[in-house]
Design a protein around this ligand. Structure first.
Ligand code: G1P
Length: 292
């Protein structure tokens, strides 16, 4: 069955970005002028997704407004003759069918995904985490969907990280099948560095077969006292098979302040409008600050 649906968990409080995230959802923080969550929805649409369920929570209203029509803004832009901007704002609301469900308590990523059960209605589906920004040139999700369809199994994205960073991630013990594909022998949420079996980290892109929901229902609170998606994936990996699809570049952890800045500069340099100006200013800055 084609993967048509995606779930984007967006209920987190964004404490790593305070004070900006006190009143603004972290998913709405812009990369140049585009909210991070718009890149995530665009990525899903590029991979063939037509239906997106965003799991929200208190204070996440701006996300709904962003993907909604804004008649007032459209009329204003039309009157002012700003037709490019008009096309852009209308396109955002036409990208996909976007639906919302609220997570009432911070009970973990596994719990957030479990709320999608009725909406997903027995189909395979993708999960995209907004903190992981994937460069639009990397067809990661399309490729993962291909593997999932071929193997009729769930697939998680994986990337090697510096060994000292593995305690920030789901840590995968792989049985390597080829350069990119492994079978997941085990996956452990945020193990202490000394106990980590590898430096292969789960990255926030997943393609699931519907059996993940039964596994989440059987998952006890784990790391941080929360229902962890990683623990549910581990159950499926033990009982049937889960695959890890490795990739090497084009991922930015925009939940991390430094990586957020790097994403901003990288994306800005690639643009025709601000790119050239930023490039020459960066060259001047590097000279002035004796960076090189
Ligand atoms: C989540 C997952 C973790 C995964 C990570 C990828 O953690 O729980 O398994 O490795 O995303 O970014 P978070 O970063 O939300 O704490």
């Amino acid at each position: 069955m084609d993967v048509r649906k995606a779930v984007i968990p967006a209920a987190g409080l964004g404490t790593r970005f305070l004070p900006a995230t006190k009143a603004v959802p972290k998913e709405m923080l812009p990369i140049v002028d585009t909210p991070a969550i718009q890149f995530v929805v665009e990525e899903a649409v590029r991979a063939g997704i037509t239906d997106v369920l965003i799991v929200t929570g208190r204070g996440k209203g701006p996300i709904e407004d962003h993907f909604d029509r804004s008649v007032e803004l459209e009329v204003f832009l039309e009157e002012k003759g700003k037709f490019d901007e008009l096309k852009q704002v209308v396109a955002i609301s036409d990208m996909a069918g976007i639906h919302y469900i609220r997570q009432k308590e911070a009970a973990g990523l596994g719990h957030a995904v479990s709320l999608a059960r009725d909406h997903v209605n027995g189909e395979p589906f993708a999960v995209l985490l907004g903190d992981d920004l994937i460069h639009p040139s990397v067809p990661l999700l399309e490729e993962m969907i291909g593997v999932s369809e071929e193997r009729e199994a769930s697939v998680i994205a994986a990337m090697k990280v510096p060994p000292e960073d593995i305690s920030l991630y789901g840590c995968i013990t792989p049985e390597v099948l080829d350069e990119q594909l492994s079978r997941v022998v085990r996956v452990v949420e945020k193990p202490p560095v000394a106990e980590a079996a590898s430096n292969l980290a789960a990255i926030g892109r997943y393609v699931f077969t519907p059996d993940i929901f039964d596994a989440i229902a059987r998952t006890e609170p784990g790391h941080g006292g929360e229902i962890q998606l990683t623990d549910a994936i581990n159950i499926v990996a033990q009982e049937t098979s889960v695959y890890a699809y490795s990739f090497e570049s084009g991922r930015y952890d925009v939940g991390n302040r430094l990586d957020y800045l790097k994403a901003m500069v990288t994306f800005a340099l690639e643009r025709d409008d601000v790119g050239p100006g930023l490039r020459s200013w960066l060259a001047e800055l590097a000279k002035r600050e004796r960076l090189v």
